[in-house]
Design a protein around this ligand. Structure first.
Ligand SMILES: NC(=O)c1ccc[n+]([C@@H]2O[C@H](COP(=O)([O-])OP(=O)(O)OC[C@H]3O[C@@H](n4cnc5c(N)ncnc54)[C@H](OP(=O)(O)O)[C@@H]3O)[C@@H](O)[C@H]2O)c1
Length: 281
């Protein structure tokens, strides 16, 4: 952790302001505010990237965001804070299967602030943990993962008919450790469809997208990423044609005419890490 804590260089506080406790405010360098979306959740992400735009080394056991941030305590604090403000955290099966996190809840990433995060959720009238939503088209999710046994955590697997069939065949009744919902006989779970289900059926108003890049790129393409939290970590990962390490947009590409633009909403600094925040232009 940086000795001086997180320093706010610039922050636009437009939106619904959340007053943080004195401890959280002191650590974060201020309060926090979010906008609202109409008829769907307000969607924001949280990625950590190297200076050359890479979000995973894609080396087994060393592919998570932690390796990118250098397991930076300030980044982990921000991740915990953003999780504690969310109604749900969505990830793809790739991020779940890489096994770097037991559950996508505040205290797993930053146990030191557990009491503060819990108190914040209680004050905001939210359940103990944000629901964890796993996206899989093929049903490639193992129920042996600790996420399905984490206390007080509601999990939802959003999948297709094909994925549901595979999960049912593999697990039968054991599937009731989690909720599973199919969006129908489609190739994958379309981002707007997922957002609609989470909003209408589960009351999700603030949705934290923790990727990974494959899934997140699809949400960018669908034009429903309202905000991006991006931690810039001061290291360089490099890439070659044979090792096309991913940026946060994954395999999604845009043309100069279709590329989404974002406006800087905040910039914070702790040591040599930058905590940037962008809102859709
Ligand atoms: N640096 C960071 O901040 C950060 C953040 C997040 C993740 N990561 C890292 O990035 C790596 C994971 O990358 P990734 O891109 O493979 O992970 P991912 O996006 O979490 O998962 C990709 C998988 O999700 C499923 N999927 C994709 N689109 C879907 C859709 N529309 N509907 C339903 N299912 C869909 C597909 O698998 P199936 O259909 O076969 O299940 C796909 O292979 C991990 O190592 C992770 O730790 C880094």
């Amino acid at each position: 952790m940086s000795k001086k804590g997180i320093r706010t260089l610039f922050e636009d506080m437009t939106g619904a302001k959340v007053r943080l406790s004195p401890q959280l405010r002191a650590r974060y360098g201020g309060d926090i505010a979010f906008g609202k979306a109409k008829g769907r959740p307000y969607i924001f992400n949280n990625f950590v990237s190297t200076l050359d735009g890479i979000v995973s080394f894609q080396i087994p056991g060393r592919s998570s965001g932690g390796t990118i941030s250098g397991f930076n305590a300030d980044d982990q604090f921000v991740m915990g804070l953003l999780r504690s403000l969310s109604d749900a955290v969505v990830i793809g099966s790739g991020t779940l299967n890489d096994g770097s996190s037991t559950a996508f809840v505040p205290a797993v990433i930053c146990p030191r602030y557990k009491k503060e995060y819990d108190a914040l959720r209680k004050r905001l009238g939210k359940p103990r943990e944000p629901m964890n939503v796993i996206l899989t088209a093929s049903g490639n999710v193992s129920l042996d993962k600790p996420i399905f046994r984490y206390p007080n955590l509601k999990t939802l697997i959003l999948t297709t008919d094909r994925g549901m069939k595979r999960l049912k065949e593999r697990y039968g009744k054991a599937l009731n450790v989690t909720e599973v919902r199919s969006v129908g006989n489609t190739r994958s779970v379309a981002p707007r469809k997922a957002a609609q289900i989470l909003y209408r059926k589960y009351g999700v108003k603030l949705l934290l997208h923790e990727g990974g890049p494959t899934v997140f790129g699809e949400y960018l393409k669908a034009g429903i990423v309202d905000e991006m939290f991006l931690t810039l970590s001061p290291q360089v990962a490099g890439r070659t044609r044979g090792k096309p390490r991913l940026g946060f947009a994954g395999q999604t590409i845009f043309s100069p005419d279709s590329a989404p633009w974002y406006t800087l909403k905040g910039a914070k600094q702790a040591g040599s890490h930058l905590f940037l925040r962008y809102v859709r232009a």
